[in-house]
Design a protein around this ligand. Structure first.
Ligand SMILES: Nc1nc2c(ncn2[C@@H]2O[C@H](COP(=O)(O)OP(=O)(O)OP(=O)(O)O)[C@@H](O)[C@H]2O)c(=O)[nH]1
Ligand SMILES: [Mg+2]
Length: 191
């Protein structure tokens, strides 16, 4: 019904490169407590629920650290065994951790076998892209509020030895500052 006269346009080619999605990517089975941790450490408000695959798309949060420093944490959908072949949310999530500088693995304290779960997660990452093994990583044992000191020392005897481990609870804030310290340290260390 109405049109303004057109103006001359300009045509050109641009190549855009997608940079790091986040500094730290959270890697864990569904229900491991990834979104809860992101919510505890940042202002992000991802959906949290007691069923698998609550998170369907990655959520980013800005985690503040001392002296105005901060880093970006990415909460991604849960991994399951066979993910590298497309099971669960498969490649859709593994793609996202390729772009993170460091990986934070999460296994709940009440898991049947913490070391085994960590090994499955690591194997899935490696099967998808071996380069993921080159990234700095840390293992957080989540929901530590569910276990007592006695059980914790028992579990400590069978933890993986190729990675630094830390017991945390996003519910009680247990060790969250120490976790940030460790994350900052591995992100800042030279390759
Ligand atoms: N007791 C306790 N429960 C927790 C803790 N962190 C998470 N939960 C509970 O564990 C369940 C799963 O938490 P989510 O944060 O949604 O887990 P997720 O890893 O994001 O799960 P997906 O998005 O499905 O992959 C929820 O019922 C949380 O309330 C914790 O530190 N302590
Ligand atoms: Mg989630």
């Amino acid at each position: 019904m109405y049109a303004q006269p057109g103006e001359p346009g300009r045509e050109e080619w641009k190549i855009l490169e997608l940079k790091l999605l986040a500094d730290v990517g959270l890697v864990g089975f569904p229900n491991a407590g990834k979104s809860t941790l992101l919510a505890a450490l940042s202002a992000a408000r991802p959906e949290i629920a007691d069923y698998p695959f609550t998170t369907l798309v990655p959520n980013l949060g800005m985690v503040s650290y001392y002296n105005d420093r901060s880093f970006v944490m990415a909460d991604i959908p849960g991994i399951i065994e066979g993910a590298h072949k497309g099971k669960g949310l498969g490649h859709r999530f593994l793609r996202h951790i390729e772009r993170n500088a460091a990986l934070l693995f999460l296994v709940p304290a009440d898991a049947e076998n913490i070391r085994r779960q960590y090994e499955i997660l690591l194997a899935e990452c490696a099967a998808y892209n071996r380069e993921l093994l080159q990234k700095r990583r840390l293992l957080a044992i989540t929901k530590a509020d569910l276990i007592d000191d006695e059980l914790e020392s028992l579990l400590r005897q069978d933890l993986p030895t190729d990675v630094e481990t830390i017991f945390i609870s996003a519910a009680t804030n247990q060790n969250l500052q120490r976790l940030k310290d460790s994350l900052w340290r591995i992100m800042s260390a030279p390759f």
